[in-house]
Design a protein around this ligand. Structure first.
Ligand SMILES: [Zn+2]
Length: 366
């Protein structure tokens, strides 16, 4: 019996794909492969992608949350097994293969960029007395203050709140906070101008790490009844009552309707695109991180995280969200939004959520 238990134990261990080892300064992923298996490996932004042929694995979605790795996902599609690993900020990937006639083992180590210890015996240039530390690649966050210029966004006539002014002020406060944490910030607008939604979306390219669009909500009437904070990631419209809001945030009127149609078909396409799905999963994770932090810091009503076809988010290949930080036309919330101290609280909470999501704190501690 004991032997059987041992065999079963070994069998289960062998089934784990990958096996994950947490070490003091690195996370190790071990892939046990048949000798005939092949694989490719690539990194884009903070995602490490591995594509295997000739292996058997089960679909998985696992949180790791080590200092180096946030999570990984195993996607099985026919004969191909793909593993997507979301790395924390500033990580490097090293791999090696151990091989004999019966088996092949791929070992992938994820270490902080600054702990670069190059074990390969390559000839090196004459060593300086104190070798300079490799510079930490700077994280870049795109902040999009909603509306601007000819487009005021939501206007609370009874509260005196104009969305475009609030979104710009909160975004600039968040910029100051993040820059102080060593994160580079790109604003889609820094004054009262109107970049098109395409201009804004284009700034969320894969050289950036994250995109966050800041908006203020509104409801019927003034004062209106609705209040609270909600955060969105991109996806199909599951809740039809959001359609009016989505059209408004997509530019309003005929333009808003047209762009909403485009965004909805992009959402349908994304549903069958593995990379887009993976990015949406990260975006959802970011949305929950931001939403939690905002509600905690402000005590505002928690309207939750939802998905919706916001045009500005539709092509993002980096985690991208849209945050509605409150209602312009709610009597109490409108008054709070008018208060610079409250806007600072909101900006900091979003900034903290962003640094925590990107793993900035854990890198800085080293
Ligand atoms: Zn808006």
């Amino acid at each position: 019996m004991r032997l059987l238990a041992l065999v079963l134990l070994l069998a289960t261990q062998a089934l784990a794909f990958p096996r994950v080892g947490l070490h003091e300064n690195f996370t190790r992923l071990v892939f046990d492969l048949p000798p005939s298996a092949s694989y490719e490996m690539s990194t884009e932004g903070q995602t490490l992608a591995l594509r295997f042929r000739g292996v058997k694995a089960e679909a998985l979605d696992e949180s790791v949350n080590s200092d180096q790795v946030a999570s990984y996902q195993v996607v099985v599609s026919g004969a191909v097994v793909e593993v997507f690993v979301r790395l924390k900020a500033g990580m490097r990937v090293q791999s090696s293969v151990l091989e004999d006639q019966q088996s092949k083992r791929l070992i992938v180590d994820i270490t902080p960029e600054e702990a670069r210890a190059d074990p390969s015996p390559q000839p090196k240039p004459a060593p300086a007395k104190s070798p300079p530390k490799p510079a930490q690649p700077k994280l870049v966050v795109v902040i999009d203050p909603g509306h601007g210029g000819r487009d005021p966004g939501a206007v609370g006539l009874c509260t005196g709140i104009t969305e475009k002014l609030i979104t710009l002020d909160v975004s600039r406060r968040m910029e100051r906070y993040l820059e102080a944490q060593g994160v580079q910030v790109v604003l889609t607008r820094s004054g009262d101008t109107y970049p098109t939604l395409d201009d804004r979306a284009q700034m969320a390219d894969s050289k950036k790490n994250l995109f966050i669009s800041v908006h203020v909500n509104s409801s019927q009437g003034c004062p209106g009844q609705a209040q609270g904070i909600e955060t969105y990631y991109f996806g199909e419209l599951l809740n039809p009552s959001l359609l009016e809001q989505v059209i408004r945030e997509n530019g309003g009127g005929a333009v808003g309707q047209q762009l909403t149609r485009v965004a909805r078909s992009a959402a349908q396409r994304a549903a069958s695109d593995i990379l887009a799905q993976l990015n949406l999963r990260f975006s959802r994770e970011l949305a929950y991180t931001v939403q939690r932090r905002l509600v905690q810091a402000t005590g505002a009503v928690d309207r939750g995280v939802q998905q919706a076809p916001f045009y500005v988010l539709r092509n993002a290949r980096i985690p991208a969200i849209l945050v509605e930080i409150g209602f312009a036309n709610h009597a109490t919330e409108g008054r709070r939004l008018a208060d610079p101290a409250y806007r600072e609280t909101i900006a900091r909470a979003m900034g903290q959520a962003v640094t925590s999501f990107l793993g900035v704190g854990s890198v800085a501690q080293r």
